[in-house]
Design a protein around this ligand. Structure first.
Ligand SMILES: CC(=O)N[C@H]1[C@@H](OP(=O)(O)OP(=O)(O)OC[C@H]2O[C@@H](n3ccc(=O)[nH]c3=O)[C@H](O)[C@@H]2O)O[C@H](CO)[C@@H](O)[C@@H]1O
Ligand SMILES: C=C(OP(=O)(O)O)C(=O)O
Length: 433
């Protein structure tokens, strides 16, 4: 079994470069299916397992996909097939994002129904409501969602009950080739939505208002392959900012875009962290002692749920009582039990977690329960006394490229091993004794 082994106590310093955003590249790759003419060339693509998964989905749908040198090239000009099987949707829920493009291109799409996952049930009713409003008949059965439309999708006025990121993206893609104009209200405003809109527009689409609550999409006859640079990953940037802050370090996070990170910057400053905008990115200087704050996750520009567990790690090191309220996902506190294994003083009350710090954190064997939990346990290991061993790294690999290597380059005592040996287990037990 693979694991990451961290020995706490090092202050991080140096420079780390942010990769292209996972949550941007996945919908953008799904949108390449809209181009019936020419190749799409995507640059700054991170080498994440999620990217390999969505590339496989596209291949299953009969697109030609190549991925090297952080560049994905897609030729979707052939007739597309219609089915995204469970084997991929199970690995990565974002596979469901191919549905809008497929339906627009083919008038028919069949995608395996995503199940629940560690952070909540994650229904897709708002995606389907959008397709139905555009004239599709949607049927759910035998573990699949099937959507079909006679002729072309028709532009419609759609109001989302919640500003869902995935529903906004799926509906934008479907509407890009629909007949007439779609007006999407209460749309998500995340930077990744703007990146997708920019990509569709470069393909010849007409999307206006992305980044605001109302997006207007005028359908066009045809879309063409184009070249596009993926925006930097604000969550990876935020995670390295947290690593600098928690260790009392001094790190330049190269490529971090301040406008994408305003809620995080504000909270970190409230905790006593110094953040300086430099030409190349954000310099983050951690204080000797962090101060506890209250945080509530919200859709963008509110505090991102994808930074919730990393901030919980920081709160464990902060003086005073802190509270994190999770409003986006109903079950995103699985990491709390793992933090407790590291001697964290932490309790759950309904949708909130209360910390009373600083905890006397101790190294332990912990298991990543989801992608951000994996990163947060490693962050906690950076400041815990003794050795922390994190397993279930498949979650980490969905969203971070060479996480341990980047931390090691900043001075962390960290390694990734694939070793079942009794000797290694015994020596860690001895170090923590
Ligand atoms: C690949 C990707 O970009 N993933 C991000 C995306 O996920 P994703 O697009 O799945 O997140 P959504 O914004 O859709 O989900 C937010 C909330 O809305 C609910 N909901 C969503 C759709 C729907 O049809 N019905 C419904 O009830 C979900 O269960 C959840 O409670 O945004 C999340 C919220 O910022 C991030 O945590 C994920 O990292
Ligand atoms: C929840 C996340 O991603 P996904 O929607 O791909 O599961 C995340 O990036 O933290």
């Amino acid at each position: 079994m693979e694991k990451i082994i961290v020995r706490g106590g090092k202050r991080l310093s140096g420079t780390v470069k942010v990769e292209g955003a996972k949550n941007s590249v996945l919908p953008v790759i799904a949108a390449t299916l809209l181009a019936s003419d020419g190749k799409s060339i995507l640059k700054d693509v991170p080498t994440l397992s999620d990217v390999y998964t969505i590339n496989e989905v596209l291949r299953k749908l009969n697109a030609d996909v190549a991925f090297d040198n952080n560049t994905v090239t897609v030729d979707a000009s052939r007739e597309l097939l219609e089915e995204a099987p469970f084997e991929y949707v199970r690995k990565m829920r974002a596979s469901v994002l191919v549905m809008g493009s497929l339906l627009a291109r083919n008038s028919r799409a069949r995608v395996a129904l995503p199940g629940g996952c560690a952070i909540g049930s994650r229904p897709i009713d708002q995606h389907l409501k959008g397709f139905e409003a555009m004239g599709a008949k949607v049927k759910v059965g035998n573990g699949f969602i099937e959507a079909e439309v006679d002729g072309k999708l028709k532009g419609a006025k759609i109001y989302l009950d919640f500003p869902s990121v995935g529903a906004t993206e799926n509906i934008m893609m479907a509407a890009a080739l629909a007949e007439g104009t779609t007006i999407l209200e209460n749309a998500a405003k995340e930077p990744e939505i703007v990146d997708l809109a920019n990509f569709i527009n470069k393909m010849g689409g007409k999307v206006r208002g992305a980044g605001t609550a109302t997006i207007k999409i005028e359908g066009v006859e045809k879309l063409y392959g184009t070249e596009h640079y993926i925006i930097p990953d604000r969550i990876e940037a935020g995670t390295f900012m947290a690593a600098a802050a928690i260790t009392g370090g001094n790190v330049l996070v190269k490529g971090a875009v301040p406008e994408h990170l305003s809620s995080l910057i504000a909270k970190m400053e409230e905790m006593g962290v110094t953040i300086i905008e430099e030409e190349e990115g954000l310099r983050v200087i951690g204080p000797d002692q962090l101060k506890a704050v209250d945080i509530k996750t919200m859709p963008h520009p509110g505090f991102p749920t994808d930074m919730q567990s990393q901030m919980m790690a920081l709160l464990l090191r902060s003086t005073g009582t802190g509270m994190i309220t999770e409003t986006v996902f109903e079950n995103r506190f699985m990491h709390v039990e793992e933090f407790r294994r590291m001697n964290a003083e932490i309790k759950i009350e309904g949708r909130s977690v209360i910390t009373n710090g600083p905890s006397n954190l101790q190294g332990a064997e912990v298991m990543a329960t989801d992608l951000r939990a994996a990163a947060s346990l490693i962050l906690t290991g950076l400041v815990a006394e003794g050795v922390t061993r994190v397993t279930e790294l498949k979650h980490l690999d969905r969203g971070y490229v060479n996480f341990h290597g980047k931390l090691a380059a900043l001075g962390a005592d960290i390694e990734r091993v694939n070793d079942e040996s009794v000797h290694e287990n015994e020596s860690i037990a001895a170090e923590n004794a």
